[in-house]
Design a protein around this ligand. Structure first.
Ligand code: BV8
Length: 296
């Protein structure tokens, strides 16, 4: 996908004189690392209806199913590698103290690309933190990369992993994640991760589900960045359909602080709500290819 040299030059000119940049990252950033997006071809939402799985109600109703979903995503994320876009964003953070990343992604790839953590806000948490399901009575949480998270969640090797080469060879590149049935043996509650502190409640993935508030410290850090006396020069919107709130709302907030918006997206039609202003940029293509070019 060729991008206009004129647009690239104008972006580079703006980047050179920028002091404060905000980035909103979505699943499209990790697509080239082999992780399916939520809405795109083979996306998780289109097949596993992860909206219905990514809720406290689903967990209360069928924790085994929800754990199979998240254990599978942990497995895939651990198999994946950060791509050049993850590294380019981490590099920008190191050279620009006024750069802040707001990531909707829970896959841990920005962290593994050594993105400075004080400039990385995980809006929707991470697959690799587990916490007690009943925060009102037990504050236990842990960082956890065990795969599978418990033996009962072991994914049989027979199950084609859509990101594996064998799977792609087998099904061709249009393999859809729905070709992979997460094994759904009925799991007993005692098979699932249990809180080692209160010893009664289950552990849950440390992600933000629909209907749950984003972590307070993250909301505060994002507000502090937006409320800084100096304006924001550029708002980078990378690989996101910008449909989930309050995450998507940060684009408009940055615009109100003077930001010019730069969208990097595979799909020409995926533009943030609120109209398209002069001075914005839209670069259509793979974030893993475009982001390093833009931030060099
Ligand atoms: C809250 C963690 C209140 C879990 C996720 C109406 C208006 C406003 C809000 C709402 C509303 N109705 C309901 C709500 C609230 C709801 C919401 O926004 N719903 C949506 C469906 C409308 N929001 C919430 O519930 C939030 N909480 O509001 O709380 C509150 C306050 C106080 C007290 C109590 C409650 C919490 C939302 C967080 C949900 N958790 N993730 C998990 O991951 O399992 S959301 C999850 O989905 C992701 O984190 C991400 O945010 C979203 C998916 O979006 P994308 O990342 O953009 O992915 P998508 O597939 O959609 O798009 C990929 C894009 O990449 C595409 O554009 C594609 O073209 C592009 N692409 C593909 N390949 C590439 C590429 N681009 C570049 N290169 C490529 N190679």
């Amino acid at each position: 996908m060729e991008i206009s040299q004129e647009d690239l030059a104008s972006f580079h000119t703006a980047l050179k004189s920028s002091k404060r940049i905000l980035a909103l990252l979505g699943a499209g950033l990790s697509a080239s690392s082999g992780l399916p997006t939520f809405r795109g071809a083979g996306g998780l939402w289109r097949t596993h209806d992860s909206i219905s799985l990514a809720t406290p109600e689903a967990f209360n109703k069928n924790a085994g199913l929800v754990w199979q979903f998240y254990n599978y995503r942990r497995h895939m994320a651990l198999q994946a590698q950060p791509n050049p876009a993850h590294y380019a964003l981490a590099e920008l953070a190191r050279r620009m103290p006024g750069f802040m990343t707001l990531s909707q992604n829970v896959d841990g790839l920005s962290q593994r690309a050594n993105h400075p953590m004080k400039q990385l806000q995980l809006l929707h948490g991470t697959l690799f933190e587990l916490r007690c399901v009943d925060r009102a009575v037990c504050r236990y949480s842990e960082t956890n990369f065990t795969d599978p998270v418990v033996p009962a969640l072991e994914i049989p090797t027979s199950d084609l992993d859509p990101t594996s080469n064998e799977a792609r060879k087998e099904k061709g590149n249009d393999l859809d994640i729905s070709d992979v049935q997460i094994p759904l043996p009925a799991l007993k509650r005692e098979d699932l991760p249990t809180c080692p502190k209160c010893k009664t409640n289950l552990l849950r993935p440390g992600v933000v589900w629909f209907g749950e508030s984003l972590p307070f410290h993250v909301l505060e850090a994002a507000e502090d960045f937006l409320n800084h006396p100096n304006d924001i020069d550029i708002m980078l919107v990378i690989g996101t359909s910008a449909k989930v709130y309050p995450a998507a709302g940060y684009i408009e907030k940055a615009r109100e602080r003077g930001a010019r918006v730069c969208v990097i997206n595979m799909d020409e039609t995926d533009r943030p709500a609120g109209g398209w202003m002069d001075g914005n940029w839209f670069f259509r293509g793979d974030a893993a290819v475009l982001v390093p070019k833009l931030l060099e």
